[in-house]
Ligand binder design. Structure first.
Ligand SMILES: [Zn+2]
Length: 128
């Protein structure tokens, strides 16, 4: 916890989150200067991509089993079903970590920032 305090001491109390560009208290930001909301959003998006990846993996594996291995499904259908389920679940877990890590690593600036609305004029906030 001591080291956490060290890096935070270098910043003022309120810091702009690099993802959504909103000013947040430093306690809500992590080392990459992502606020809690943005971390949550990144996790949700990674989870969604993870489930999709797991689904694709299970589908491909299912096709592979069906077309290449061509098992006699009358014998142990539950074993094959379990194989696909495990592939789906593990694939989703691994892909989720991968996508979240990728998001953290690339650390794209202002990725969560709201684009200015149609009514917004350029330079509107200047001169405050
Ligand atoms: Zn943010």
């Amino acid at each position: 916890m001591k080291r956490e305090a060290d890096w935070r001491e270098r910043f003022p109390d309120d810091v702009t989150c690099v993802r959504c560009l909103q000013v947040k208290p430093i306690e809500e930001l992590d080392r990459l200067l992502w606020c809690d909301d943005c971390q949550l959003r990144a996790r949700r998006r990674a989870a969604m991509r993870g489930w999709i990846s797991g689904g694709i993996l299970a589908l491909v594996l299912g096709l592979y089993i069906w077309l290449v291995i061509q098992p006699d499904l009358t014998l142990i259908p539950s074993a094959w079903a379990a194989t696909l389920l495990v592939a789906f679940y593990l694939g989703a877990r691994v892909a989720r970590e991968f996508f979240y890590g990728l998001d953290r690593m690339t650390n794209r600036r202002a990725a969560e920032a709201m684009p200015p609305g149609p009514g917004a004029t350029r330079g509107h906030d200047e001169g405050r």
